[in-house]
Design a protein around this ligand. Structure first.
Ligand SMILES: NC(=O)c1ccc[n+]([C@@H]2O[C@H](COP(=O)([O-])OP(=O)(O)OC[C@H]3O[C@@H](n4cnc5c(N)ncnc54)[C@H](O)[C@@H]3O)[C@@H](O)[C@H]2O)c1
Ligand SMILES: [Zn+2]
Ligand SMILES: [Zn+2]
Length: 336
């Protein structure tokens, strides 16, 4: 089978190898769609921390189930996706029902080879039924589940003002699930194109450019209260450190975005709000299933995120075009 290997930063090579062989407890999927994520772009650029090469990238995947062991209820030929985080099932997090932050987690395409390949083997216990969704929709479930998890972590309730900072694919999904939870969503970014996308494609009523008088605008939108939930989906240190100023007293701050440095903010500002700080890592089966249900109900349309496409055979070339911010990629998808 053919696979696309990132041999070292900045270099892709197609390689022929044996198709994976079915082993106990595993399933083999014929890959049909590969969603391209910021993680893949960082890994290719060499800016993803703790990343080893050569590595096959890709974790936003969908396809057909071709062989399976230990997958009751799944039919061969069924359209599927899967949870691309292989957890150990033994550590404190796994034992606490939090496989998303397993101590020994292996994320497909990050810690182990991913799915930029014709066939891929994963533990059958991580399979998800396709439920009549299209390959495109199924490939977008994982990035949407990241946002759904952040919203569940925040415990968003109807009517709350939720400020989502960062309108990349992760932030957009977060906004959608905040809206589905009944929140009044405020989108913040420094890129007016992305704020325009929020308004036009997602129907987000309130958008704020962080470089304009953002605090005052948010105060005006919320009638002086400020948002009771603030979510970072930028992974930008400056954005995270300044998020506190947008929080209402008693609010929750959820960090979905991730950056390499330390975070710091005024303790008195944090204290006076009796604020809650949480991180949000990956997603669980519950989040994936919530995303699937919401797509089936028409509450979220993943196809609206797909701005660019490529055939698998031209992915190595097209991928490099998508690194250029001028390409205005939101979500690119490769087809096999
Ligand atoms: N929680 C998880 O498990 C998980 C999973 C995937 C990605 N992530 C993280 O989520 C973050 C977002 O991912 P993405 O793919 O959407 O990234 P992205 O780069 O496409 O989007 C980030 C957005 O933030 C905006 N931004 C940057 N600095 C800003 C600032 N100071 N104020 C306001 N907006 C600002 C950018 O203009 C951009 O639109 C990254 O940090 C990524 O590592 C987390
Ligand atoms: Zn991703
Ligand atoms: Zn574990």
């Amino acid at each position: 089978m053919n696979s696309l290997v990132c041999t070292h930063p900045g270099k892709f090579e197609y390689k022929e190898s044996e198709r994976p062989v079915l082993t106990p407890g595993n399933a083999i999927i014929k890959i049909r769609r590969i969603g391209i994520c910021g993680t893949d772009l960082h890994a290719f650029r060499g800016t993803q921390p703790y990343f080893n090469y050569p590595r096959v990238l890709g974790h936003e995947l969908s396809g057909d189930l071709v062989e399976a062991d230990g997958a009751p209820g799944f039919a061969i030929g069924e359209r599927v996706t899967f949870i691309p985080y292989i957890n150990c099932q033994e550590c404190i997090a796994c034992r606490s029902g939090k496989p998303n932050c397993c101590v020994n987690i292996k994320v497909c395409g990050v810690h182990i080879d991913g799915g930029m390949a014709e066939y891929y083997s994963i533990p059958s216990r991580l399979l998800l039924h396709g439920e009549a969704l299209s390959y495109d929709e199924l490939a977008l479930i994982e990035p949407l589940a990241i946002g759904a998890h952040g919203i569940r972590r925040a415990g968003v309730t109807p009517g709350e003002f939720v400020l989502v900072i960062g309108a990349g694919p992760i932030g957009l999904g977060t906004m959608e699930f905040a809206r589905i939870a009944g929140a009044q969503v405020i989108a913040m970014d420094i890129n007016d194109n992305r704020l325009k996308f929020c308004k036009e494609k997602l129907g987000i009523h309130y958008t704020v450019n962080a470089l304009d008088d953002a605090k005052q605008q948010i105060s005006d939108i919320t009638g002086g209260d400020m948002p009771t939930v603030v979510i970072d989906a930028t992974g930008n240190q400056k954005a995270i450190n300044s998020a506190l100023q947008y929080m209402a007293h008693s609010a929750r701050l959820v960090l979905i975005g991730l950056q390499k440095e330390e975070i710091s903010f005024s303790h008195p500002e944090f204290h006076k709000r009796e604020a809650t700080l949480m991180s949000s890592r990956n997603a669980t089966r519950e989040d994936f299933e919530h995303v699937i249900t919401c797509i089936k109900k028409g509450l979220v349309n993943p196809l609206s995120y797909i701005t660019h496409r490529a055939d698998f055979n031209s992915l190595s070339v097209e991928f490099q075009n998508w690194l250029d911010p001028a390409s205005n990629v939101i979500k690119a998808v490769a087809t096999l």
